[in-house]
Design a protein around this ligand. Sequence first.
Ligand code: MG
Ligand code: ZN
Length: 435
Amino acid sequence: MKRTLIAASLVACSFSAAAQTSTEEPNIIYIIGDGMGFEYISAYRYAMSDLETHTVAPIEFDAMLTGAATTYPEDKTWVTDSAAGATALATGEKTYNGAIGVDNDKHPLKTIMEMAKDNGWATGAVSTSQVNHATPASFFNHHPSRYEYNEIADLIAEQVVNGHPSFDVLLGGGRSYFERVDKNWFEILPDYGLAITTDLNSLDEIDETPVLGTFAPKGLPFAIDGDVNALAKMTDAALRLLEPKEGSFALMIEGSEIDWCGHANDIACAVHEMDGLNRALKVVREFQEKHPNTLVVMTADHSTGGLTLGRDGDYAWYSDRVMNIESSISSMVSDLLKLDTEKWAGYVADKVNYDMSEEYIDELMSAADEDEKDRKDALHDALIYITGDITGTGWTTSGHTGVDVPVFARGPHSEAFRGYMNNTDIAKVLIDIVK
Ligand code: MG
Ligand code: ZN
């Protein structure tokens, strides 16, 4: 499509620079909320709203909603993992759970980012997970198993060594996979022209590409425990680095840890991850206002946890109580493991800002009876129960679910994302633009 359009503009418009700009392919900003089913959008909207006055908060998501997508993988389950989901969204092909950019026969599938690069586009990704985690990895790499983190980091590094990185900007977590005892890529890659940064708050100083930024050993800390603006900061830096490049760019932005909070059945954690994504969306919207030839598409790879707002027959979900919780369950568990058991109930009451009933204290103290190795899981389960019961939040699984997910689009070509879609069709529309 790119070549045809430019040729047409050259013939028809006598080499006018302005005309050429107006027919140039749009930049593509492709956003994935990992695990972000409709339930998470609802939870976030209510959490930001005022329950007392019934004032519903405006959130960035609402103005962009265009449709819904199915997410099933190519096996007999209907329930996808993030690798098959991301591969579908990056290549337009269904595959098996665990696959990174490969088909059911483990053959590499060309990704939208690789096609964009071949056609002279600039490319990038930002994520709150490690950059070699399933979602970002499926846009730039090919591996039969998502869990071979070191090998996937090696694939990223080898692209740089070979002189043909498929990315210009890659920002997220994952430092420990590049800075290893057996191989320290951070000592090697600068010699091949890769800029490396590990300080999220010095991103403004980066002005060269290709750049790899890793801001945590694995995933970034949860937004509720760490920096809720982390994804917005990385998004801002990526746009600043990609926009001046010749031609269009394609950027993938992942709110990676919505899914992780869902696996942990941790509602406060999930809502704060949604807030982090909403802040990144604000950066994207402001960019799009300045650069209208930008298509923004957002979806989820699947939903996670079987989240429900309301549980046990009660018609209520207490958004104010969700927002009163100050820490993720996982951070509470690591603190509790270091505390004397008689301090547990007081600690939890302080963190959730809610009076601990006898029932809640019993739940918590049942974990004290477990031996060391089972105590962590028992504490986690007790805190799922307590936070769920306080807030009226239900969960059915520690895994993924097969429900449809929302699709959002704004900008040129956004009409192609209306109504019900298969997740592979989202990729196919975008691939048609970069081809
Ligand atoms: Mg992911
Ligand atoms: Zn997941």
